[in-house]
Write a protein that binds this ligand. Structure first.
Ligand SMILES: [Fe+2]
Length: 308
């Protein structure tokens, strides 16, 4: 099957590797409570930057939000004189709240996510009975990416790839010669993302992962999460296409689609829901904004009982 957008991403990666186009600089920040890696990518020539998958601190017991984790990103960006032009989300996360609106206030940048967010908004808008005031057209975001859409960070070229399966809206961002793959794969020794959330699909996830693993072997992959793997006592969020193809526990070369789907489906049946799924989804479907205040001026997070 011809895949013009993947071919364009491959050509972009190869041009950077030949030195014909500039390579990005990357700094990652790991949030241990949610096991999330936030990445800041910048063009060393222009100092334009993108923040990928930021984290708003949220204490479930008290319902309090805070910004210590996101502040680390602010300090790094200001300390290096970077100019943030994008706040990128790989998907509507179910395990942490996005800090993108707060980071936009601090640092600027256009907020972007995959165009499939409208499907997520429809599904979860119903589950949370969000009402007619909740727009399900993606209008909470500045840009909705479709597969193959191009954007830039200073002189660094980037391509958005639609990689559904974990959720219907997942995107991977190929920026220069590096791919930010969100929740598709994890480190080779840990495997792959679950595919059992509403709208998830293990067969689609397999196809999305194999598509990403068709990028050049040397391509660096930056992940959204790490949970350590048995026998590994440190966090890691950077690997390569070659390392995943050779050694990913779930999807190394030779694992068939049917075998993957059977493994993923039976494994997902054993997983409990993420601790922060209720607040995360209802905030992240709103582009990281808390629900509107009620008539007493207080914002509430809802919990649907016996629904998920
Ligand atoms: Fe996720």
């Amino acid at each position: 099957m011809s895949d013009a957008n993947l071919a364009a991403a491959t050509a972009q990666i190869e041009a950077v590797r030949r030195g014909e186009k500039p390579a990005p600089m990357i700094r990652s920040f790991f949030d241990e409570p949610t096991n999330t890696a936030t990445h800041v990518v910048h063009d060393p020539a222009t100092l334009e930057a993108a923040v990928i998958d930021s984290v708003l601190d949220y204490e479930a017991a008290s319902g309090r939000t805070s910004h210590a984790t996101a502040q680390q990103v602010v300090d790094y960006v200001r300390g290096h004189g970077l100019n943030v032009v994008w706040q990128l989300e790989t998907h509507a996360h179910a395990d942490h709240l996005s800090a993108a609106p707060w980071l936009q206030e601090q640092l600027g940048g256009k907020l972007a996510i995959g165009a499939g967010i409208v499907v997520v908004q429809d599904v979860f808008g119903k589950i949370f009975n969000a009402g007619t005031a909740f727009q399900r057209d993606g209008s909470q975001f500045d840009r909705l990416f479709n597969d193959g859409d191009r954007f830039s960070i200073g002189g660094i070229e980037a391509i958005a790839l639609h990689v559904p399966g974990h959720t219907p809206a997942d995107m991977a961002y190929v920026i220069g010669d590096v791919a930010f793959v969100g929740d598709t794969m994890f480190m080779p020794d840990y495997g792959t993302a679950r595919a059992d959330f509403p709208g998830g699909d293990a067969r689609e996830l397999y196809r999305s992962i194999r598509r990403l693993l068709s990028l050049p072997r040397e391509t660096k992959l930056f992940l959204c999460h790490d949970y350590k793997a048995p026998g590994r006592d440190y966090y890691a969020w950077e690997t390569t296409v070659g390392a995943e193809r050779d050694g990913n526990l779930h999807v190394h070369d030779g694992v068939s689609e049917d075998d993957f789907v059977a493994m993923r489906t039976s494994r997902d049946a054993t997983l409990s829901l993420p601790k922060l799924i209720m607040p995360s989804v209802q905030v992240n479907m709103r582009g990281g904004h808390l629900p509107e205040a009620e008539d007493n001026g207080v914002q509430y997070i809802k919990i649907p009982v016996n629904r998920l």
